[in-house]
Structure formats: C-alpha cells, structure tokens
Ligand binder design. Structure first.
Ligand SMILES: *[C@@H]1O[C@H](CO)[C@@H](O)[C@H](O)[C@H]1NC(C)=O
Ligand SMILES: *[C@@H]1O[C@H](CO)[C@@H](O)[C@H](O)[C@H]1NC(C)=O
Length: 436
C-alpha cells in the first residue's frame, strides 16, 4: 500500500503538469493517466467504502499544495499555500469532486490554520502522503483565533487519508499543562492537533498522529464519522494528551487503530450517541472512557468491542461529577482484553479532577443498561471491578457477564466492589455479589 500511494501521488503531480506538454507527450501520457485513474479509483473506494465506487473520476479535480507554493522543506511556513490550495479545492465546481494532494517524501511546516467550509463540491478528499509538523513557537499558536492547529469546520463529505505523519511537537506545552487548576492566562491553552467541527460524513484513515500539545483528535457536533487505521502516539508522561475525543457527535465508528498517548485513548463526552468502537490497541494511557459527564450531559448507544488495553490506568470507565441531571444508557463493552491494567472495570460517579471541593450532591447523571461481557485479563490493582454509583441515584440494569480478571502479580487475590449498583452478575471472577 505504501508504494502504491507514493506512486499515485507522484503521478498526480504529473497530471497537474500535463497541460503544459506537447501533444506527443500527451499521447504517451494517456496510458499512464488511465492507469493512475484506475489506481485512484481503487484507492478511493478502498478508503471510503462501498458507495465510493459510483464516483466518476472524470469529474475529479486535483489540487496539489506544491502548485500553490508549498515548499515542503519542514522550515518555510507552508500554511499560506495550504490555505490557497484548500480555498481552490473548496470553491471548485459543485458537481466535481476535489482532491487536495499533500505529496509524499516531504515535510510541511504549518502554523495553526483553518480548513473552512461549507465547500461547493459534495466531497473533498485530502490525500496526506507527506508529513506535517507544527510550530514550536508559542506565539504562533497563541496568535491563532481558535485552540486547534488544523481545524476543519462545516466541511461535509470530507475524507482525510494517507500514510503521512502529523507531528504536533507538543513537548514545550506539556510542562504547562496545569491539570485541575486555573492556568495563568498566557498558558490558557487547549491545543488540539486535528479538530473537526460540524463535519458530516467524514472519514479519517491511515494517518499517524504524534505529540499533540493536548488532545490529538477532536470531533465536535459531527454526524456520520469513520476513523480507521490510525496510529496516535505520545509519551506516557505527556499530560492531557487524549487520543480521540468525541463530543456532541452521532453515528461515529472508530476502528482498527493503535492509540497510546498517556491519557484517555478515546473519551466520549455529552451529546454523543450511536458510537461504535472496535479493534483498538490502547496503551499506555487511561483506557476508553465515557465522561467525565455532568450537568445535562446525555450519552447513549455506545458499543465498545474487541479492544485490548495494555498497562492503562483505567480499562473501560464511565465517570461523572457529583450533581447533574443527564444520563448515560445503553452502553456495552464486549470482548475486551486487559494486560496489567490498573482499574479494569470502573464506574466512577465521584470523579473529581481538582481533588477538592467535590462534595456529595443530591443529584447525579443517571446510568442504566450498562453491559460488561466477555472480558478477560490481568490487573495491577486488587480491586478489579469498581462500580461506584451515586449514593442518591442508583445505576440500574448493570450486567456483568463472563468476566474473568486475575492479578498481574502471581498469587495475589482480586475483588470487586459496588456502591448503589443494581443489576446482575453471571460467570464473573472475582465474584461480584454486591451487584443485585
Ligand atoms: C479485533 O481487533 C484486532 C485489532 O486489535 C483485529 O486485528 C481483529 O481482526 C479484530 N477481530 C474482529 C473479530 O473484529
Ligand atoms: C472505587 O472508585 C471510587 C470512586 O472513584 C474510589 O473512591 C475508590 O477508592 C475505588 N475503590 C477502590 C478499592 O479502589
């Protein structure tokens, strides 16, 4: 796949130039171009699913960032060129499909920038074969109007795909992460590598994301999203560098990815529903998390399956603050493997990031219809199933079935605990008599 993508990108460059060629050259090019279009068709349909095979390539326009003045030497600021290329792709004819090409073998230096929609074409394909690096100068980041480095807003039918590496160069920010306390104004940051806001029918595929200052990928108010075959990597010690955050989004699929960032691999927050997560290798980090929820947050229909957690602080977790009136329901974790995980199965309705002023409240986010099934592995802590529901609002219909968790330390006994958790446990080791 690697060499194919590289070939096709090189040839895309050539297509771009063919208008400048003599007719005999064009003759020789025709075969090649036909080949490339077939190749492209395979590439597009393999990335964007069944529907894509219907797309006629005759109606595709290619925008290569190099043709818009990008240098790709890792030093010169390429964001003006990217902005121009994006505008051209986005404002192209409505009945055509735009392909924005970021060619391989190069590294593009980008300051924070927006890929603004809505766009005229019904779909835009961003082919990321090259690498992209962020600025390490704080003034570059702080001068931007939003907290996201590469921010896609209201773009429908967007596909971002390729084997490029996106490097947020976040280490200078990690020292000033200010977890749980109001940060000094100049460090009031929440920088995200890739932000997708109000993007419907979106695909992200194949990329490697490393070292975000904060969250690596954030989707906000998106509907119809597929993220697949991603690698998201940051050091275990980097603070608040979640892999993927899903906020206020619906119909989301995240699959077949490796996420190890030292924080949540995937976090799902309020307003999200119909979320399917599968085939995730998670760790080091904090596992897969719903929450923290509070206020009127609602999360519903979440299906997490076939995931492996390695040495994570939590495995599968639902967390909420004290207080609030929202709910989380119809959530299932199936086919999960744990390897030396600290809190494998954890409902935490006492979540308190500041470690203080979190008093017990009379209301709580209501949790119901939560299933943990077909889960096995080892834990580095003795309390392997911790269902700590609110004392004022019980969790209901919690099902723990076919769950077998041992200690990662030979000979140590493990146990489970509950606060106000109602439901049933079957085929569970350690036994969970407190759930009834
Ligand atoms: C489970 O996930 C792994 C990747 O972690 C993948 O290779 C495998 O095909 C998946 N199995 C199923 C049944 O989906
Ligand atoms: C279970 O979770 C609760 C809520 O976060 C926490 O206070 C408690 O210490 C945990 N129990 C154990 C034994 O780890």
């Amino acid at each position: 796949m690697h060499s194919h993508e590289h070939d096709s990108t090189d040839t895309l460059l050539r297509i771009h130039c063919w208008l400048h060629m003599t007719s005999s050259q064009i003759g020789r090019m025709v075969q090649l171009v036909t080949l490339v279009l077939i190749l492209l068709a395979c590439m597009l349909s393999s990335v964007s699913g069944k529907g894509a095979s219907k797309i006629s390539l005759a109606s595709t326009t290619i925008f290569n960032v190099m043709a818009f003045g990008a240098k790709g030497n890792g030093k010169v600021d390429d964001s003006p060129a990217f902005t121009k290329a994006w505008k051209a792709a986005c404002q192209s004819q409505p009945n055509k499909r735009s392909i924005l090409v970021i060619p391989g073998g190069r590294t593009f230096f980008l300051k924070p920038m927006d890929f603004e929609g809505p766009c005229k074409p019904s779909s835009i394909f961003v082919q990321v074969s090259g690498n992209i690096v962020a600025s390490t100068k704080k003034t570059d980041w702080l001068g931007h109007h939003v907290d996201t480095w590469l921010s896609f807003n209201t773009v429908n039918g967007l596909t971002v795909s390729g084997n490029g590496r996106i490097d947020g160069q976040g280490s200078i920010w990690w020292k000033n992460a200010c977890i749980g306390s109001p940060p000094p104004v100049s460090y009031n940051i929440f920088f995200i590598i890739f932000g997708f806001k109000k993007c419907n029918k979106m695909r992200l595929n194949g990329l490697t994301h490393v070292n975000s200052p904060r969250v690596h990928l954030l989707m906000t108010k998106c509907n119809g999203v597929i993220f697949s075959n991603l690698k998201i990597i940051a050091p275990e010690t980097s603070p608040n560098t979640d892999g993927i955050n899903i906020a206020g989004s619906t119909n989301v699929v995240i699959r077949d990815s490796v996420i190890g960032t030292g924080d949540d691999c995937i976090a799902i927050s309020g307003g999200s529903s119909n979320i399917k997560i599968s085939g995730i290798m998670c760790g080091p980090g904090h596992g897969i998390s719903i929450g923290a929820l509070g206020g009127d947050d609602v999360v519903e229909n979440v299906d997490v399956r076939n995931c492996t957690m390695k040495k994570t602080l939590a495995g599968v977790r639902i967390k909420s603050w004290q207080g609030g009136n929202g709910y989380a329901r119809k959530i299932s974790f199936t086919g999960i493997k744990f390897d030396a995980v600290y809190n494998p199965i954890w409902i935490d309705q006492y979540y308190c990031p500041t470690q203080k002023n979190c008093i017990n409240a009379a209301s709580a986010v209501k949790l119901s219809d939560i299933t943990f099934r077909g889960i096995a592995g080892t834990s580095s802590m003795d309390n392997v199933i911790n269902l700590s529901c609110s004392k004022s609002v019980a969790c209901t219909n919690i099902v723990v079935d076919s769950v077998y968790i041992k200690s990662a330390i030979p000979g140590r006994k493990v146990y489970g605990t509950c606060i106000n958790a109602r439901g049933r446990a079957s085929h569970v080791k350690p036994s969970l008599k407190c759930l009834k």
